[in-house]
Write a protein that binds this ligand. Sequence first.
Ligand code: ACO
Length: 330
Amino acid sequence: MIKGRIVGTGSTTPKRILTNQDLATIVDTTDEWIMRRTGIKERRISSEGQSENTSDLATKASLRALEMAGISAEDLDLIVIGTVTPDRQFPSVACFVQKALKASKAVAFDVSAGCSGFLYAMSVADNAIATGNCQNALVVGAERLSSVTNWEDRSTCVLLGDGAGAVILTANAVNDGILSTHLQSDGSFWNLLYSTDGTAKIPEILNTIEGKPFYLKMEGNRLFRKAVECLSDIAGKVLEHHNLSSADITLMVPHQANLRIIKAVAERLSIPMDRVYTNIQKYGNTSSATIPIALDEANREGMLKPGDFVLLVTFGAGLTWGASIVKWSF
Ligand code: ACO
């Protein structure tokens, strides 16, 4: 059985930091409320003219992952990018990244699955590897949520941020790597989290609040409950599938939407918080990018070693959700 094995990770976030105190100057909120209800202290926001579009962030994260993997971009067969904030409606972010990396051999396309985009993209790449059609794949989660944020809506603008994370997968005949990914969707709850119609206008948020053509809308309370339920359920299913218990998991890397959601899921799964990676404090919710950024940071901080079981678990607009068990191998 051929599996995808992670051999490199990379991530990047924009330079500009937007703190809770900064937000309190543009909407009716406080650092205390945001910290207590979400765990977020600050987030990174792309600046115009700084080459921080979604494809720029994706390219930077990809270069770091390629460097760690010791693989040349010319050896990539596949580039799959999870995003809900592409530079343009078309072509795909993946095609811009392919051009920037000079990955001339790679097939490149995006996957739209809300915040679950990275796990969906990784599953697509892993399946391509399993069929023998692909040797080396680049999988990215990249977002510029600031481009679809309503900076007058305090219930959503405090949550969101920009960034990108990437992994390199290579074909592997040994029994490690991505053991399996379980995905689910339920379109009947689409209206808990969606974007309004239209095209995005790049906001220079601290100076002006532009028109309102294209914004993220969310029913936070109901989404919170669905998130806890779906994340716990799918994580339980993937553990059961591999006959693993929560005690076998070295690190859970969950989607970073709200620290209270993460804590509730960890408690349901009986995974202590010292085995749960969180960086929501620094970046907020970067949608598809949260898991690969967190995975890269955990990896570079030396928290993972060969043989460790890592549980990735995600939830987002669609609704979509999923979980993956990775047996770490480098
Ligand atoms: N500052 C101060 N007060 C606020 C703010 C704010 N930023 N936002 C909302 N409030 C107020 C509300 O107006 C409300 O006031 P009221 O009681 O006078 O009516 C009060 O705080 C409570 O509001 P709730 O919405 O009930 O607060 P809650 O504890 O549910 O927290 C939150 C809101 C943080 C949005 C939470 O519901 C949440 O995290 N939901 C899930 C988000 C999520 O999982 N998203 C999934 C993926 S996101 C993506 O895909 C991009």
